[in-house]
Structure formats: C-alpha cells, structure tokens
Design a protein around this ligand. Structure first.
Ligand code: NDP
Length: 342
C-alpha cells in the first residue's frame, strides 16, 4: 500500500521535500473483526485543497478547532473519491462508490467513516466529487447564495477565479443573471475564464500596473459582490471599488496563508463609509444544503450549462508536487490526483 507520509512540518510554503512516499506491505485488504463499523476503501482520486497547508504546519493554527493537524510520520488525509472494498458498517457495502475524507494512499482503512458519503449519481465523472460535486462546489454555492444573495444585474468580482471554487462562483453568478469578472494569475487562465467558463471578462492580476486601476477599468460603476479567495493587496484594492451596501464573502485568503507576517489593509474605512457587509464562512456551515445544491447543479451539468476544468496529476507519487503547486498557481482548474483508475 503506497502512502504519502509527512516527513517534516512545513515552515512557510509547503515543499515536496516535506513528504516521503512509503510502501506498507503488511496491510490486509479486510476490515479487522475487532472493528464494528470500519470500511476499507480503494482510493481513485484525491483532492488538493489549500486548507491542507495549515495541517502540515507545526505551529498552532486557528483551524485546529475544526481539523486535526497531521503528525510526523502519519499518512496525509483529505477529500477523495474511493470504492468500498470491505465493510463492517451498516451504511456501506462492498462496491459502493464514496466521497469524503480518506487517506493519501492506495487503500485506506477508515475506522469511523462519518465523513464518507455514498455517491448516488454516477453519470458524471467521478473526479467531480473532489470539486464540482464535492467540498469546493458546496463552498461556491454556500458562499455565493447564502452569504452574498446575488440579484440579476449585479456586478460580481471573483479572485482566484479559475480555481476549484472560483470557476463555479462565476458560473453560478452568471446563471443568476449577474455581470461577472474574474482575476487569475496567467494568460491561459484568463483565456479559460472568458472563452470556456462564461465569465463576462477577466484579467491577469500579475500583469496589471495597479489593482485599483484594473478594477476601475472593469467595474466603472463599482462592485456589488466580491467573492474573496486571495486577500492581501487584492482585498485592499477591492474595498476602494465596492458600491454602497456591497457584500464581500470571505472564502479564503490564500495569498496570506504562508506569510510570516500577513500584509496590512489600508482601506478598511470603505467598509464604514459604503456600509459594506463583510462575512467569513466555512463550507461546514452549509453541509445541510448539499441535497439542495445537487438539485441545482446536477441538471445544469447534464444540460452542459456548467463546465468544470480539472487539472489531474497522475500517480500518488505526484501528489505532493500537485499540492505544493496550489500556492504558486501551477494548477489550471481544480487540482486532483489520480491514484487508480475506476
Ligand atoms: P484553487 O483551485 O483556486 O487553487 C489556488 C489558487 O490560488 C492558485 O491556482 C492561484 O491561482 C491562487 N493563488 C495562490 N497563491 C496566490 C497568491 N499569493 N496570490 C493570489 N492568488 C494566489 O483553490 P480553491 O478554489 O480550492 O480555493 C480557493 C480559496 O478558497 C482558497 O483561499 C481556499 O483556502 C478557500 N476555501 C475556503 C473554504 C471555506 O470553507 N471557507 C473551502 C474551500 C476553499 P492564480 O494563478 O489565479 O493566482
């Protein structure tokens, strides 16, 4: 059983050398009889998500109340898609396809499968359960509809717009009749946003002389809704360009996660003067909405009204590099690791 194991705690940016690939040749492909509700799964796809970088650090993190940090020598875990090979749990049987928390390894023995969900709809690519139909999809849905309450005709700005969450936020906002502009870190990503993902416009923030000027060019009348994925200088420039009573959903601040000292914000007075609502949220707040989310999204996927771009790294041994790549923008679309073909 090949596994991705934490070798060193990450300091600052996570690196490939923080991990090693190990093989455990003693693993049995049966759930031990002593387990009353364990399942053994064969992993197909693993999801690279920015939150994993918090769990790889030694230092205390505010996320620790929600997740447990990885310990040295342990196998990394995260969201993935798998098939049940053996089960002693009444809810799962051999052959079931599942998504949820699993190990970064070929086979995982999951003693308490409370975070595994049975996959009921298999007429869509199974990899989508790491993104479009999984945690990032629900994040986009909850953050946009529950936090921002978008209305037809409103102007929406999305940062990290071609990523796992951003590409869906833009498409959901378009389905609502909004005008949507995204920012991303390369020409290829900007081209995707404009020509494949249906954004009205997009720009490469790395090529702009000033973010304030860029936002004024794309939003001459201001922004009603900002879906925040990056933080830092982008958030500061956005504050200057929000309209009265605008809403900002703070989903993530990826530009700040690995900095020793987070960047300062200078334009906070805009929140006061423009009566903005700035609200952070976590996807876990919206788990109860998953069935409603599927009702919206599955027909749209089947009717080809929603597109989803995935970047699939082949082979478990390429998992660490794929995860590291999130923090330099190497991924184009949702970063997935293919462990085994279905
Ligand atoms: P993505 O698929 O968008 O991958 C990360 C992207 O972030 C990179 O491709 C890169 O895109 C961009 N990025 C990386 N470093 C920087 C930087 N220094 N400055 C600006 N952009 C940067 O990731 P996700 O869609 O999975 O996640 C997006 C955000 O949502 C993250 O902040 C994440 O933490 C957050 N999140 C929050 C959740 C919640 O419950 N609140 C749940 C899931 C995600 P580019 O090339 O465009 O710069």
């Amino acid at each position: 059983n090949k596994q991705v194991v934490l070798k060193n705690y990450a300091t600052g940016f996570v690196k490939d050398s923080d991990f090693i690939i190990k093989t455990d040749s003693t693993m049995s492909l049966k759930v031990p009889e002593s387990s009353s509700k364990g399942v053994l799964v064969k992993n197909f796809y693993l999801s690279c998500d920015p939150y994993l970088s918090f769990l790889l650090q030694k230092s205390d993190s505010s996320l620790e109340a929600q997740f447990s940090r990885f310990s040295l020598g342990s196998t990394i875990n995260g969201f993935g898609v798998a098939k049940v090979v053996d089960s002693r749990h009444p809810k799962f049987e051999k052959g079931d396809l599942v998504w949820g928390i699993t190990g970064w390894e070929e086979y995982s023995l999951i003693a308490e499968p409370d975070s595994l969900f049975k996959i009921e709809h298999t007429d869509v690519p199974l990899s989508h359960y790491t993104g479009l139909l999984g945690m990032p999809g629900l994040t986009a849905y909850g953050g946009l509809f529950e936090v921002c309450n978008p209305k037809k005709g409103e102007k929406v700005f999305v940062s990290a717009a071609s990523g796992a969450v951003g590409q869906l936020v833009g498409q959901f906002a378009k389905l609502t009749g909004c005008h949507v502009v995204g920012s991303a870190g390369s020409r290829e990503k900007v081209d995707l946003l404009k020509n494949k993902l249906g954004f009205d416009d997009a720009f490469n923030y790395k090529e702009e002389q000033g973010l304030d000027a860029a936002l004024k060019r794309y939003f001459p009348e201001g922004i009603d809704i900002y879906f925040e994925n990056v933080g830092g200088k982008m958030l500061d420039a956005v504050l200057l360009n929000m309209r009265m009573h605008g809403r900002i959903a703070v989903c993530g601040l990826i530009s700040q996660y690995n900095l020793e000292k987070p960047e300062g914000l200078y334009n906070v007075a805009s929140i006061l003067f423009k009566r903005l609502r700035v609200e952070g949220f976590a996807v876990f707040d919206y788990l109860h909405l998953y069935p409603k989310f599927l009702d919206l999204v599955l027909p749209q996927i089947r009717a080809k009204k929603i597109t989803y771009v995935e970047d699939i790294a082949e082979g478990l041994e390429n998992g660490p590099a794929a995860l590291v790549g999130l923090f330099s923008g190497r991924n184009v679309g949702k970063q997935v690791v293919l462990v085994a073909r279905e």
